[in-house]
Design a protein around this ligand. Structure first.
Ligand SMILES: NC(=O)c1ccc[n+]([C@@H]2O[C@H](COP(=O)([O-])OP(=O)(O)OC[C@H]3O[C@@H](n4cnc5c(N)ncnc54)[C@H](O)[C@@H]3O)[C@@H](O)[C@H]2O)c1
Length: 445
């Protein structure tokens, strides 16, 4: 697939006709799924749906034949149709819903076309490459009344639902700071320094780039490693960062930040990535800071207790790990410490705060398996209810990370007007909210 062979107008016409094929499903009916992008994550998402007997693999689409064959083999005896051109899959009237697990720069276009064709959509995170695309996707889902699940799968994990509820109920006291950490030691070579070469398959490279600028082929820009290049993704901030910001926003009950600042650089690895390997981003949500830390260094557990996230309240701290969370209560000091006088110091020595806390330790264990998120999507397609990570939720978490990347780019603290969806103190920053697509690509309408 290179440039579109059918005109946008005729495609839109097909899409609008297809809208009328979207059907009301009964509780016992099987959801006919089409998968666009069955690489690393697409394969996991497919597995998540295969866990459920009422989801059937009707079609797969990828630029790589071998990935499609792999997906077809595990389709529980179904005989999925195989498409290299995603538009053919979207046109397929025997498909109810599509799962999009292509690189980030493709999400918005594929999502728009799927919605217009009357398909419900499971779209991987980050929702979009840019803030403007994300807003477009929210509007498109609303306009076409589509059920959307964004692939921030922690939202469907019961133990994390309990964690969010615990914090939101006020048990942790007043929360003023929460941090997410991604620590991975890629020193010294990172993804290496693959040279630009001629692509083995020019058509595939053109289709892979899609709306992104045409640049010489480089192996590191493509499968999986595209994450480290800004034309296709936003680095660890929009990769793991989206999961963490989403969890922290959820627990703290926050929507959009008022301000964002970022600082970092490429300090640890010598490879051809564009994104920083070391980064801190701070969002001001009005009465609390959310912070994302990406370190390319030794990841030994320290004061973080090896956790991915921490939420610090006045009564205790919640540590969130991959499969559990725990609350460590604040020790009560009755405001007599730290010692200021010799008498205080004597009292401090005699005082044993270890048993005195205002809340009890708490915690829970569980799994954030993608299958739970797939289950929620299937149920919502049938009931037309909102998914656990509906498009607006996915948008708010994705856009926060995109604003962080813009702050890093313009090297400034940026004030964000969430209503106008503009920065109010930096015109240059506003230019990075979207980008011009390579011709003839455009967002479907
Ligand atoms: N929810 C999670 O925890 C999670 C985990 C990993 C990745 N992801 C997200 O999933 C998406 C894919 O990441 P990945 O690691 O699987 O990348 P990947 O490179 O392994 O897979 C992407 C697949 O998309 C296919 N593709 C690219 N352009 C296409 C096109 N025009 N038409 C059809 N197929 C096309 C590629 O051939 C490839 O197989 C990203 O948005 C990523 O952020 C989410």
């Amino acid at each position: 697939m290179t440039t579109p062979k059918i005109s946008r107008r005729s495609f839109a016409a097909t899409a609008m006709t297809a809208l009328s094929y979207s059907r009301v499903m009964g509780a016992n009916e099987k959801l006919r799924m089409g998968y666009i992008g069955v690489g690393n994550r697409g394969d996991q998402v497919h597995d998540g749906f295969l866990e459920h007997g009422d989801a059937v693999t009707a079609a797969v689409c990828d630029l790589r034949d071998e990935y499609m064959d792999f997906a077809i083999k595990k389709s529980r005896g179904a005989t999925p149709r195989k498409y290299t051109d995603y538009r053919k899959l979207i046109e397929d009237k025997e498909i109810d819903a599509v799962a999009i697990a292509t690189p980030d720069h493709w999400h918005a276009i594929m999502f728009g076309e799927a919605c217009l064709a009357g398909k419900d959509v499971y779209c991987e995170k980050p929702l979009s490459l840019t803030q403007k695309e994300g807003r477009y996707m929210v509007n498109m889902a609303e306009k076409t009344k589509r059920v959307v699940q964004v692939g921030i799968h922690r939202r469907s994990a019961k133990f994390l639902q309990e964690a969010a509820e615990y914090v939101r109920s006020g048990k942790l006291g007043k929360v003023t700071v929460a941090r997410g950490f991604h620590i991975q030691n890629e020193w010294p070579n990172g993804i290496g320094n693959a040279p630009d070469t001629a692509p083995a398959n020019a058509k595939e490279w053109d289709a892979w780039l899609g709306p992104a600028p045409m640049v010489p082929y480089n192996k590191n820009r493509t499968y999986y490693d595209f994450r480290w290049f800004y034309n296709y993704s936003g680095g660890q901030l929009t990769n793991f960062g989206v999961h963490y910001i989403d969890m922290l926003r959820w627990a703290l009950g926050k929507d959009s930040p008022k301000s964002v600042a970022a600082i970092g650089g490429k300090y640890a690895v010598q490879d051809n990535r564009e994104i920083p390997d070391t980064l801190e981003v701070i969002w001001d949500y009005g009465d609390a800071l959310i912070i994302f830390c990406q370190y390319n260094a030794n990841a030994a557990p320290s004061n973080l207790q090896g956790s991915e996230m921490e939420i610090r309240g006045t009564l205790g701290t919640m540590y969130l790990h991959g499969n559990r969370w725990e609350v460590v209560p604040e020790k009560v000091t009755d405001n007599i410490f730290p010692a200021r006088t010799p008498l205080d110091r004597t009292a401090e020595k005699a005082y044993n705060p270890s048993k005195k806390t205002r809340i009890e330790p708490a915690g829970s264990k569980g799994s954030a398996d993608t299958a739970f998120h797939a289950r929620n999507f299937i149920d919502c397609v049938k009931s037309r209810a909102k998914c656990n990570c509906d498009v607006e939720t996915g948008y708010l978490s994705t856009s926060a990370t995109q604003l962080g990347n813009i702050a890093l780019k313009v090297r400034a603290q940026l004030d964000w007007d969430a209503k106008a969806e503009r920065f109010t103190n930096n015109d240059k920053a506003n230019q990075y909210l979207g980008y011009e697509y390579r011709k003839p690509y455009k967002l479907p309408s």
